[in-house]
Design a protein around this ligand. Structure first.
Ligand code: NAD
Ligand code: KPL
Length: 308
């Protein structure tokens, strides 16, 4: 059975790695350098907390420059780190390797795909849109915070990979389908409708219910932009879903709000940034989204955070 190499031992990477290891699937963690390897060894493994139960898995870790060839790579870095992280292990990819990209938003997947090595058969890029939720409560320790789904697919429709059986064994919910780009666009639009407003208003998702006019105007423009960018299916029923997500996650802070509150870089360039650039490329008017992006950039700069 080929190894799953998990690149990025953060929240989502750890969630995948521990569930795969729990099912007896061979996993290797790829860490940045020997200092991280040492820190990991001191912890004695990767810990998963799920429904109040904590379990530590002694998953073997290695550094980026380990010589072991990679047949199956799960890229679990943030969107802004994905391309350079994959470049660091590109020489280890075998012909026909599968490269799974867990990044939120759009733009990083294309960047990674374009920079993969020229092999025959070429590496296969698989995009994942995840609605599962996880966060780190300590170094190398992850809390499974929200059940969700993982949609997988290729930009150009491909056959379902044989390793989906391993996801079944690992209890990782997933669905392989031809509509992955539509799903990524849809999630991007949802995130653009909710996350920036929660940052700018400093509020939980639910408080946007009091700002219905602002959300409605944004959703109307998002629908127009999706249609103009050739993604009409991702636009169907968007406003209703945005309202439904706001209600269902009313007590939560959006991921972007959490990033800003914790002084972390956001994925703005792969969310609003990508959308505004796509709108401009297609010649669509997006005044509200452009203005929202500018306000968000000003806000991030004022907080001393990167605005890209
Ligand atoms: P994270 O910051 O918790 O983890 C990323 C990890 O990648 C970090 O440990 C970081 O050190 C590591 N990393 C970065 N560059 C590296 C490199 N060159 N070599 C080795 N390691 C490197 O991020 P996350 O929350 O797991 O998010 C990953 C992606 O998944 C993001 O795009 C996010 O939007 C998306 N996502 C996350 C969740 C969630 O609940 N956490 C849910 C859905 C989607
Ligand atoms: O995905 C989200 C996030 O916070 O990033 C939701 C809950 C959909 C809000 O946009």
């Amino acid at each position: 059975m080929p190894f799953w190499h998990v690149l990025g031992a953060g929240s989502l990477g750890s969630l995948w790695a521990t569930r795969l290891a729990r099912a007896g699937v061979p996993v290797r963690l790829i860490l940045r350098d020997s200092a991280r390897l040492k820190a990991y060894a001191a912890k004695g493994g990767l810990t998963l907390s799920e429904q109040g139960q904590r379990q530590t898995f002694d998953i073997t870790a290695q550094t980026l420059d380990d010589p072991q060839p990679i047949q199956r790579l799960l890229v679990a870095c943030k969107a802004y780190d994905a391309q350079s992280a994959v470049a660091s292990v590109a020489s280890r990819l075998t012909p026909g390797a599968d490269v799974l990209l867990l990044q939120n938003g759009l733009g990083s997947q294309e960047a990674v795909a374009a920079s993969l090595p020229d092999l025959f058969p070429p590496p296969r890029c698989i995009f994942v849109s995840s609605t599962e939720g996880a966060f780190r409560d300590d170094d190398f320790s992850v809390v499974f915070a929200g059940q969700g789904a993982n949609w997988l697919g290729e930009a150009h429709q491909g056959l379902a990979p044989v390793w989906l059986d391993e996801l079944v064994a690992a209890d990782i919910p997933h669905q392989w389908g031809p509509d992955i780009l539509e799903r990524l666009w849809r999630k991007l639009a949802l995130n653009c409708a909710i996350n920036p407003l929660t940052v700018l208003h400093g509020c939980r998702n639910g408080e946007l219910q009091k700002r219905a006019a602002e959300v409605t105007a944004l959703c109307d423009e998002l629908v127009a932009v999706l249609e103009c960018c050739g993604q009409p299916k991702a636009a169907v029923g968007l406003h209703q879903q945005v309202d439904q997500v706001i209600r269902a996650t009313a007590a939560n802070y959006s991921s972007m709000h959490q990033d800003v509150a914790q002084g972390r870089r956001t994925e703005i360039s792969y969310l609003l940034g990508y959308l505004c650039a796509a709108a401009a490329r297609h010649g669509c008017q997006a005044p509200l989204l452009d203005q929202l992006r500018e306000r968000l950039i000003d806000h991030l700069k004022a907080q001393g955070l990167p605005s890209d």
